[in-house]
Design a protein around this ligand. Sequence first.
Ligand code: PLP
Length: 405
Amino acid sequence: MENYKMAEKMSNVHSDIRGPLFVEAMKMQEEGIPVLKLNTGNPAAFGFGLPESIKNALTGHLEEGVGYCDFQGMKKSREAICEYERKKGIKGITPEDVFIGNGVSEVVSFALPPLLNDNDEVLVPAPSYSLWGNSVYLAGGKPVFYLCDEQSKWYPDMADIRSKITPKTKALVVINPNNPTGALYPEEVLRQLAQIAREFHLILFVDEIYDRLVMDDLTHISLASLAEDIPVVTMNGLSKSHCLCGYRCGWMVISGPRHLTEEYRKGVVKLTSMRLCANTLGQMVIPAALEDMETPAAMVRPGGRIYEQRKATIDELKKINGLSFVKNSGAFYIFPKLDIRKFQITDDKKFARDLLYATNILLVPGSGFDWNAPDHFRIVMLPDKEVLSDAVRKIGSFLDGYNQK
Ligand code: PLP
């Protein structure tokens, strides 16, 4: 029956992290085959416990927030976010510019529809977390994927971005550090991105959910701090830095010249008020979490889990013939490249499936991140270092004998 068909706008939406291969892996588990799931960036699933700061915040405030709160989010939490974003150098913002949602996933769904008319274009990085491309489609727009260049540490390719701008381009998405590459962008790169937005009157949507997870003594710079004259929507949340994926806690902050964002804000207010409020439990811990920068810092310094797990992973990746990679500076992902001629790979989904059945390791292939060649896959470096070393060794042994044709 026509009536029951899935809507056309869903046809481009894909979620490969929990897609068909994940379902197959779950079935294997049900049948008693243990699967190492390197597909999801969910620290709590790998023994990253609840930070003490969060435990204390919860016990102190359990009576609060049982009713609907302000649709923008609880006042104290918005004040704490505003303070945090100001410290990151974003100027001219107040708690009125902050909108809290059920994770960055939800705030993205508030950020795009108020801007996009049907077929308006949004520049989205490739590779990137598919939330962004999907959300543009669902908002009626068209994601136009721009290249992040592996030869240049996975930084955005400015010439490629410029070549893809049309009269329909409304916005530029920047994810810093990016997922799946873990690339952290330096000031010069960010300034060039801001310049493109300035020249072509684009809104910048900047996803900074991994900003507290950067390594090697590098510093994260908020793009909005370099773009006071441009409308910028900065997004962030607690899922990764404080291992709170399940609390569904994220936010967006609108900065830039007020007169340029007035209309847009009205749309955001309509959408956020329509869903009444975000989960208050997640919001209650925001002030304590943003006071506690030690939790994320301890994970990424030498001796910390994320740092050491990256080391264990890349030490083993280096030994694999026919594979290369760019070391990530941020987040806990790496996006290795396969020599597809050597392995005769033409279909990266098939590669990931073959690997799953041969090694019981679940990975997400590059196509899951809107990457259009079959030559990459993502590793989530969250399990203990011994587990990761062993897993990468297994991937190496699998590749030794692999030929897709
Ligand atoms: N943005 C990026 C770049 C991500 O990698 C993720 C999750 O992996 C999200 C957003 C979603 O975060 P949240 O848990 O806040 O919805």
